[in-house]
Design a protein around this ligand. Sequence first.
Ligand code: ATP
Ligand code: MG
Length: 161
Amino acid sequence: MSSACNPGLYNEIGYIPNQEQFIVLQRTFSIIKPDAVRNGHTGAILAEIENAGFRIVSIKKQSISVKQAEGFYAVHTARPFFNDLCAFMASGPLFPMVLEKENAIADLRKLMGATNPANAEEGTIRKKFAGSIQENAIHGSDGEETAAFEIGYWFAGYELV
Ligand code: ATP
Ligand code: MG
């Protein structure tokens, strides 16, 4: 493992005896967004995630304020949809979670599909459950730095066991 790896994202290493090789388990951050919760898709989305081989390290049901949504999506402050996006994220309960598997960050993005469900591949979560480019069912970290920031924004260390 290179020293550039964030230890908080790679804190477990699994050994597969039959294959005589080590795998590195990576963590990522995800949210089942308020539209999916409202539409009763939480269980189906969790099933997709577990069937794809992710371990749910931690999950909770939460309602957030507009201010808390603004802090989470701070990188998008200048985008024209920023205010609408933050109002949407504060519009009802959501499920933030930390997920773990080999290549978790990239594999979750693949499982989610494109931001706009109209462009998402068949079989992806957004293709199945998202209603629009804004109300698109699920969030997933887009890189190691983002994952480390997002996990720390939503979860305390003692919740990640
Ligand atoms: P996420 O960060 O939620 O996983 P993403 O990485 O696919 O999604 P981003 O470009 O980071 O997409 O945008 C963050 C979120 O902002 C999107 O998931 C969506 O909810 C909303 N969004 C993005 N583009 C638009 C748009 N053109 N109009 C309205 N909302 C948008
Ligand atoms: Mg994003």
